[in-house]
Design a protein around this ligand. Structure first.
Ligand code: ADP
Ligand code: MG
Length: 272
């Protein structure tokens, strides 16, 4: 933790705003060719995310949230429009983009600590620095006692925390998170929300965060993107509304302004 703080402080006094975290989606569409004909997973998506901004994406199942994140991660191509990260077209995965998806993507034959160090070593961090950084991030996610265990020995929620530690360790300019806390129990989830908020404030990373929880979206985000549509709705997935969260930094999930906004967004999700 203190390592993160001092690393950031060494670079500048405040959060580092990194242009490479800027996201630009313009007229983005994704068409899958299937045996039963073409399926438009998403269409006409326009979204600009400023460096350092936290954007949550909510919407019913099948409206294209994961598709958008996979495209931004460079895991699959789009079929129309423009997709840029840091002002450059996305052509494939890259180390400036950290990805936490629902399947944890851990290597079962590596320990927790080795999993967290893996990406750092690939980015040519020295063994000693990678080891120290990994230990810090494992502490942040509360798994220090399990650092030498293998993923198969951990619960789903713990594995997800390892995946989160691994991504945060690399300090990416853009974090793409697809329901990252979905597998966690309520208490751990709250802790992870606090930690993510804190780490992101320190690192200045841009975050795109898909969640089913409107409360989580309103708690974490600067803006909430509401998506709608999807194959079962007979229309491609699209952005139905974008709601700014003007609640300041200290957010009381039980406060009236918070609950009003939650209700407004829930209504948008259900009516769209
Ligand atoms: P969400 O994450 O919002 O639940 P997805 O992005 O997973 O939605 O899916 C959006 C739509 O794209 C859905 O209708 C889904 O059936 C369709 N889709 C996703 N992947 C494929 C694929 N490989 N082939 C065909 N259709 C797909
Ligand atoms: Mg999804």
């Amino acid at each position: 933790m203190s390592g993160v703080r001092s690393a950031v402080a060494a670079r500048s006094a405040g959060p580092v705003v990194d242009e490479s975290g800027r996201v630009t989606l313009a007229g983005v569409g994704k068409r899958y060719e299937t045996k039963r004909g073409p399926v438009d997973a998403v269409a006409d998506v326009d979204l600009e995310v400023a460096p350092g901004e936290f954007v949550a994406i909510v919407g019913a199942s099948g409206c294209g949230k994961s598709t958008l994140l996979r495209i931004l991660a460079g895991f699959e191509g789009h079929t129309s429009g423009t997709v840029e990260v840091g002002g450059a077209p996305v052509r494939g995965p890259g180390p400036a983009r950290g990805v936490v998806f629902q399947d944890y993507g851990l290597f079962p034959w590596l320990t927790v600590a080795e999993n967290v160090r893996f990406g750092l070593r690939q980015q040519r961090w020295s063994r000693a620095r990678a080891k120290q950084r990994a230990a810090e991030m494992i502490e942040v996610v509360g798994l220090t006692r399990f650092a030498d265990r293998f993923p198969g020995e951990l619960s789903g929620g713990m594995q997800q925390r390892v995946a989160i530690a691994r991504v945060l360790a690399a300090d990416p300019a853009l974090l793409l998170m697809d329901e990252p806390f979905g597998a966690l129990d309520a208490l751990t989830r709250t802790t992870m929300q606090h930690e993510l908020k804190r780490l992101r404030a320190e690192s200045g990373a841009t975050v795109l965060f898909v969640t089913h929880s409107i409360e989580e979206a309103v708690y974490l985000a600067d803006r909430v993107v509401v998506m709608a549509g999807g194959a079962s709705h007979g229309a491609p997935g699209h952005i139905a509304a974008i709601v700014p969260v003007d609640l300041g930094d200290e957010r009381d999930v039980n406060g009236p302004a918070f609950n009003d906004l939650e209700r407004r967004i829930a209504a948008l999700v259900h009516e769209s």
